[in-house]
Ligand binder design. Structure first.
Ligand code: TYM
Length: 340
């Protein structure tokens, strides 16, 4: 028999990727280079599940009408980046009730001390001193549940989320230690380049949509003119030499952005701009960003006009996400001792 010694090849199961973004205002160049770009490329190799983390946004007060607008715009923006909704799931967190339910359960397996150590909690409570609510404190538990419900292997995020991935692993390991293997222990997936994009106006601080100085933050949907203006005004130093080094936070940041987009190494960039001034370099970085974001903005303009299509996309994804996550929730509840 000809086929006797042949092994039958079963298709290898793909690893699962999970990540989410808060729809709290426009998406920034930092979000894009730190996370969304990887969301797109990972679709080729992994089974990808992405979410709009709208439940997370209410840890800070939101205007209801603005919040609804932000959710739809963020949903369209993420698809515009290149998320293929035929291939990947992209759902809205608040539409899938398992997240809030598991969050209560796992908050009983998370220690006050470990939540107190979260730098994001410390930063946000300093910034919103008049509203240090319990949700702000337990935020990492909900984020852990987002990831653990889907048994994710990898979580593409920027460097600022590293501590939250670590606490997710700790909570999962603690629960598994008590009840057996319920949760997959996920790994963070942080890009080499672009993991921490800084403000163009204060390069010691992370680029953030809540930056008070509008020129500090590049938004993914900014027009080419606005993008060029922001880069031309970027803070640099007085050395006038394009090189990566200590005390050159502004230039280091511009080099990180340029390198993340062009794929050029720092040595190559230093070589290419040898003898040239900061003006030339800022123009080059601005132009590279404009070209990277141009097709995204064009896709966004079309998508945002078709609300019915967007709704069809998230309703379909919400339903599948509920099915997948319900399996993990049921298993967890059984292990704890609930009657189902
Ligand atoms: P959020 O909405 O603040 O940011 C979304 C993603 O963008 C990354 N990012 C950056 N990367 C590089 N440079 C920057 N300046 C920059 N600013 C933001 C973030 O690291 C993130 O990957 N808690 C999360 C949302 C979330 C989540 C999850 C993420 C909820 N559940 C489960 C992963 C898995 C957040 O607030 O991201």
């Amino acid at each position: 028999m000809e086929n006797e010694n042949k092994t039958i090849e079963t298709p290898k199961k793909k690893e699962i990727v999970f990540s989410a973004i808060q729809p709290s205002g426009t998406i920034t160049l930092g979000n894009y280079l730190g996370a969304l770009r990887n969301w797109v490329t990972m679709q080729e190799e992994y089974d990808c599940i992405y979410s709009l983390a709208d439940l997370h946004t209410i840890t800070v007060r939101q205007n209801p009408a603005q919040m609804r607008k932000n959710i739809i715009e963020a949903y369209a923006s993420v698809i515009a980046c290149g998320i293929d909704i035929e291939k990947s799931l992209f759902f809205i967190q608040s539409h899938v009730h398992t997240h809030a339910e598991l969050s209560w359960i796992l908050s009983c397996y998370t220690q006050f001390g470990e939540l107190s150590r979260m730098t994001q909690f410390k930063d946000k409570s300093a910034k919103h001193a008049d509203n240090i609510n319990a949700g702000l404190f337990t935020y990492p538990v909900l984020m852990a549940c987002d990831i653990l419900l889907y048994q994710a292997d990898k979580v593409p995020v920027g460097a600022d989320q590293k501590q939250h991935i670590e606490i997710t692993r700790n909570i999962a390991e603690r629960f598994n230690g008590l009840y057996g293997n319920v949760f997959k222990i996920p790994d963070g997936f942080i890009p080499k380049n672009g993991a921490r994009i800084m403000s163009l106006q204060d390069p010691t601080r992370k680029m953030s949509k809540s930056d008070e100085n509008v020129n500090g933050c590049v938004h993914m949907l900014d027009t080419p003119e606005v993008i060029m203006k922001k880069f031309k005004r970027a803070i640099t130093d007085s050395e006038a030499c394009v090189r990566y080094g200590e005390g050159k936070d502004g230039i280091n940041n511009l080099m990180a952005i340029y390198s993340a987009i062009t794929g050029l190494s720092y040595e190559q960039i230093e070589h290419d701009f040898d003898g040239k001034g900061y003006g030339d370099f800022k123009t080059a970085v601005g132009e590279a960003v404009v070209e990277e974001l141009r097709p995204i903005r064009e896709r966004y303009e079309k998508l945002i006009k078709d609300k019915a299509y967007l709704e069809e996309c998230y309703r379909k994804a919400d339903e599948i996400a509920l099915k997948i996550s319900s399996r993990t929730l049921s298993k967890t509840m059984k292990k704890v001792g609930f009657i189902l």
